[in-house]
Design a protein around this ligand. Structure first.
Ligand code: ASP
Length: 453
């Protein structure tokens, strides 16, 4: 009893010491932070959707503005925010002078850059970054294209896949042959008395099969049970196919106005010459292609470098406008592209994403602000706040179009059941026609025997 009391007491003391240590650590951290961030910070940012956008009243709003407000509350600092003077992210010009937000931070015109500023090695040489608050990569922004004239002319064939069309033609020929055979085998299809006349010639059988497709009751009408079985199964088959065709055609017509382009990768982009492509001048994306050793990306760089004045845009918004108004693909960061594709339903981002990268908050080299900001960003991650902000600013308003985009022609396996029923019906028709023949022959034989006797 005594022993356990002593043990409990020791444990309580140890726990109190530990908690105390943690609390004092937290206190030191906050005290340190407050000491470091006592003045009002000047923040530079860039107008890029949805990171920072101007409201009608001239104020700034967006993902970065919300993030900054969360960080200022967590670290208890005041700030003033403004838009970067030259509207650039930051690269070194020919004279070795940094422009954009990077330049402003280096020249101490701004204490921090809170923007979708990509963490790169060259920038990390001249400024300091926090850990990334958002991960992204480079992709292609394209316009959903209307289907080309050629495919539209024969668009009526698109609702069914090629395999299904072949299956239908084969079924049609086999059914017509079965009908022809049944017409031969079943005695009921022969004109009475046997005068070598049969309504199911090969041509008539083919004609009958076609008539069912147009829902017309064509002659000759079957008389025998076996031919009727085949006719009924064929009608059922035709009606099911027609229903599937009409449904698929309707959704094809809706979809063909907004088709996803064929370009899904950077290779695809190089293989064609209908669509021009470019990126943001003075951006990390441009430098990524410039410094890449991958042959595809090198070719992309050479293409853009040769047509610099034509294909490089000044701002992301210019790029988006060009994609919407002309044959142009914008190479840029997937996060911004996802945002515009979620808002403008005529735009789409290609599947391929290359060059994984992250956005960080920048401060002057070895700034004491970096560590507390990094910790605060990690806390925002851990509390799910950053995920909430992402959902808030990247809300998709194009869900209806996505449904259309998933349209595919009807495949044979979708209608597999009806092909099976047709097969069973044809076999049944043939068996019944044989039975009819046997019965008729037996009756005739019996009749003749009676007559003889
Ligand atoms: N976020 C990029 C930058 O920091 C812009 C881009 O590459 O599209 O330069």
């Amino acid at each position: 009893m005594k022993k356990s009391l002593v043990l409990t007491f020791t444990l309580v003391i140890l726990w109190m010491e530990n908690t105390g240590a943690e609390e004092s650590d937290g206190f030191h951290f906050k005290a340190r932070t407050k000491r470091q961030i006592q003045k009002t910070l000047t923040i530079t940012t860039i107008l890029e959707k949805p990171f920072a956008m101007l409201t009608e009243s001239g104020e700034l709003e967006g993902y970065c503005v919300d993030l900054l407000s969360e960080l200022s509350q967590a670290l208890e600092f005041n700030y003033t925010i403004y838009v970067v003077k030259d509207g650039r992210y930051g690269t070194k010009d020919q004279n070795g002078v940094w422009n954009g937000m990077v330049g402003e931070v280096i020249r101490k015109e701004a204490d921090l850059a809170v923007a979708p500023l990509t963490i790169t090695a060259v920038r990390e040489n001249v400024i300091s970054f926090t850990k990334p608050f958002l991960q992204t990569g480079i992709s292609i922004l394209l316009k959903k294209e209307a289907s080309s004239e050629g495919s539209y002319l024969f668009g009526f064939l698109n609702p069914f896949s090629k395999e299904l069309w072949i299956g239908i033609i084969i079924s049609y020929v086999i059914t017509s042959l079965c009908l022809f055979l049944v017409g031969r085998i079943s005695p009921c299809e022969w004109a009475e008395p046997s005068n070598e006349q049969n309504q199911y010639t090969l041509l008539n059988s083919l004609w009958f099969g076609l008539g069912a497709f147009t829902l017309q009751g064509v002659e000759p009408q079957p008389k025998s049970v076996s031919a009727r079985i085949i006719a009924i199964i064929w009608w059922l088959f035709s009606v099911t196919l027609l229903a599937a065709y009409i449904a698929s055609f309707a959704s094809y017509v809706n979809n063909s106005e907004n088709q996803t382009p064929n370009i899904q990768t950077f290779e695809d982009l190089l293989k064609q010459n209908k669509i021009e492509f470019g990126t943001l001048a003075n951006s990390s994306t441009f430098n990524f292609f410039k410094n890449s050793k991958n042959p595809t990306f090198r070719k992309i760089y050479e293409y853009m470098d040769k047509r610099k004045d034509r294909v490089l845009v000044k701002t992301f918004s210019d790029g988006v406008q060009r994609v919407r108004e002309s044959n142009y693909a914008y190479l840029g960061e997937a996060s911004s592209q996802d945002f515009v594709a979620a808002k403008h339903c005529d735009l789409v981002r290609a599947q391929e994403i290359i060059g994984g990268r992250g956005y960080g908050i920048a401060a002057e080299l070895d700034s004491p602000l970096i560590r507390p900001l990094t910790i605060a960003i990690l806390e925002q991650f851990e509390t799910g706040n950053l995920e909430y902000l992402r959902q808030k600013w990247w809300e998709n308003t194009c869900t209806a179009t996505e449904e259309h985009a998933s349209w595919v022609p009807v495949q044979p396996h979708t209608l597999g059941g009806i092909f099976l029923i047709l097969g069973i019906g044809l076999a049944l028709g043939l068996i019944v026609s044989c039975l009819e023949l046997v019965c008729k022959s037996k009756n005739k034989a019996d009749h003749q025997q009676v007559n003889l006797s």
